[in-house]
Every structure is written in C-alpha cells, then in structure tokens.
Design a protein around this ligand. Structure first.
Ligand SMILES: NC(=O)C1=CN([C@@H]2O[C@H](COP(=O)(O)OP(=O)(O)OC[C@H]3O[C@@H](n4cnc5c(N)ncnc54)[C@H](OP(=O)(O)O)[C@@H]3O)[C@@H](O)[C@H]2O)C=CC1
Ligand SMILES: O=C(O)[C@@H]1CCC=N1
Length: 276
C-alpha cells in the first residue's frame, strides 16, 4: 500500500525530517513519492531536497491536489492557518495523518470540509534512526485500512502501539517528549564523567551501552524497575551513594511531576490554541 502512496508533508521541521529520514532509510518509500511544503522557509526546503532527494514545492495547493496522503507536521498553533490555506484542495480520497501534539482528530476534521479519514500519530525524534516509539489512533472516519496504512508507514521508523485517542495526550508526555528526558539525564551523567577525567568520547561510548543494556535488560525481565536498580546497589557501595543524593533531592518525584506537566500541556494544546 505504502509503495503506491503520493505523500505530502505539510510542515518541514524537525519531525518531518525525522520521519522522512527514517522512511527513506527503510526503502519502503522512495524520494519520488514524497513532497514537502512549509510556510516560507525556502532554505529549509533546499536542505531537505538536497539531503534526502525528495521533492519540495512552494505551491501548497498543487502539492495537496497531487497527493494521496497528507502528513500534518506543523506546530499545533499553526494548524488552523495551514489547513485553511489548503482545505479547498483536500478531497475525500485523501487520508490525513497528523503528528501534532494535543490536536485531536475532531479538531482537524472541523477544519476540513470533506469527510476524509484522519489518523493521529505520536512519534518521536528517534524516527530519524528508525527507532521511534509511535502510537496511533484513528478518528471518526478512519477505517481499519487507514490504521493499517499508518501502521505500515510508522513501523518503517520504529515500533507501533495502537491506542484509543483519549490516551494520546499521555503518550505525548511520555514517549513523544521522552527522548528529551533521556538526553537531559545523560547530559548530567556526562558532565560528571568528564569532570572526573573521562573524555567525551569515552563517556559517550560507556553511557550509550549502559542505556541500551539497561533497556534490553528491562525488556527481557519480568522484575520490577525497583528490583532492577536494587540489584545494582551494593550495601555501602557507589550506587547507594548516588541514590542517597538523588533521593534527598527527590529526583524521581520531579521526573514524575515533569512528565505530568507534559501530559497536561498536551491536553491544553487540544483546547483553544496556545501560542507554542
Ligand atoms: N519535535 C518533536 O520531538 C516532536 C514533535 N511533534 C509534533 O510535530 C509537529 C512539528 O514539530 P517540529 O517538527 O518540532 O516543528 P518545527 O517548528 O521544527 O517545524 C514546523 C514546520 O511547520 C511549518 N509551518 C508552519 N505554518 C505552516 C503553514 N501555515 N503551512 C505549512 N507549513 C507550516 C513550518 O514552516 P516555516 O519554517 O516555513 O515556518 C515548519 O516547517 C508539532 O505539532 C509537534 O507537536 C510530535 C512528536 C515529537
Ligand atoms: O514538545 C512538544 O510539544 C513536542 C510534542 C512531543 C515532543 N515534542
């Protein structure tokens, strides 16, 4: 199905690039099938065209009319204006995928005159290396075939979890924003490593394998996370020394509160538009 789709991305930012890069690396889609449009940043279109061999266009209406699948990849605050400008060219044969945080499939359907299917997807920037944790949910007019198409496309760039749309804001705060949480934590670990005499290169190699190993161990274990970190901790040892500081500063509670703030933000983005 995917190999026959003419795909137009509306929005040419970080997320569009991550998805395009993952899709092309997987070879299920060719650069010829992909067109990208944005609002006005021509340099950005040139960058994508040169680096990925895809097509770009300054004629949004034409790019929409000549497509089967539209992938909305602008900021939530820009979706009204973006859809207004292309909506007369959206026909019932179109399928719309939206990767926007917060914005519901009903929000999008309200901005489009025809009843075409809308599928909401929350991917993350690991799409760029085909390792996104993506969740998918279908809106009112989406059929099993449309969900299958989304699963086919997004499975080319990582894993897929199909969820009811009411869970999408939680997904957004957890795995949509999730890569940033890990980078932030790793930055703290790397600072300690470098200050203690390791080079950036050495600490990068050690931390990457430590993170991948911990993820693999958890994925292959039925033990709780607590029992996995307690396994690392020897009485009076190094891990315990670290935990006494982390717990004194309630680091875990702050991570939980921060993630809840992301989920709340996703909910509020679906309400009258916020300027982000
Ligand atoms: N970044 C991430 O990790 C993730 C992002 N998302 C979601 O993906 C979406 C895009 O995020 P991101 O890629 O980071 O954003 P960026 O700011 O990097 O890109 C936004 C793009 O939208 C374009 N745009 C704005 N207005 C219009 C318009 N009227 N018509 C056409 N294109 C328009 C911009 O064009 P121009 O530059 O010309 O203004 C730009 O290319 C967001 O809704 C976000 O919630 C989801 C999961 C993860
Ligand atoms: O920060 C954001 O709003 C987007 C959505 C999930 C990740 N990035």
């Amino acid at each position: 199905m995917l190999s026959r789709q003419r795909i137009t991305f509306i929005g040419a930012g970080a997320m569009a690039e991550a998805i395009i890069s993952g899709l092309l690396a997987d070879n299920r889609v060719s650069g010829e099938q992909i067109t990208v449009v944005n609002k006005n940043n021509d340099e950005r279109l040139d960058h994508l065209e040169k680096n990925y061999g895809i097509k770009t266009s300054k004629d949004k209406k034409r790019a929409v009319a000549d497509s089967d699948l539209l992938i909305l990849a602008m900021k939530p605050k820009d979706v009204d204006e973006a859809l207004e400008s292309i909506q007369p060219h959206i026909r019932e044969h179109h399928v719309i995928f939206s990767v926007l945080a917060g914005t519901t499939t009903d929000d999008i359907a309200r901005l489009v005159d025809v009843d075409c299917p809308v599928v909401r997807v929350m991917a993350n920037t690991s799409a760029k290396v085909a390792a996104s944790a993506s969740a998918i949910s279908g809106g009112r007019h989406a059929s099993a075939k449309d969900i299958d198409l989304a699963a086919e496309l997004f499975s080319a760039i990582g894993t897929i979890t199909v969820v009811p749309e009411e869970k999408m804001n939680s997904v957004t705060g957890v795995s949509g924003s999730g890569p940033a949480y890990f980078y932030y934590l790793l930055e703290g670990l790397q600072t300690a490593a470098v200050e203690a005499g390791l080079s950036e290169e050495e600490s990068k190699a050690l931390l990457i394998q430590t993170m991948e190993g911990a993820a693999k161990r958890w994925s292959q274990s039925s033990e709780s996370l607590r029992s996995l970190y307690e396994e690392v901790m020897s009485p009076g040892g190094t891990t315990e020394a670290a935990f006494s500081v982390l717990q004194k500063h309630t680091v875990q509670e702050h991570l939980t509160t921060g993630t809840k703030a992301a989920i709340d933000r996703s909910i509020s983005l679906g309400q009258p538009k916020k300027q982000v």
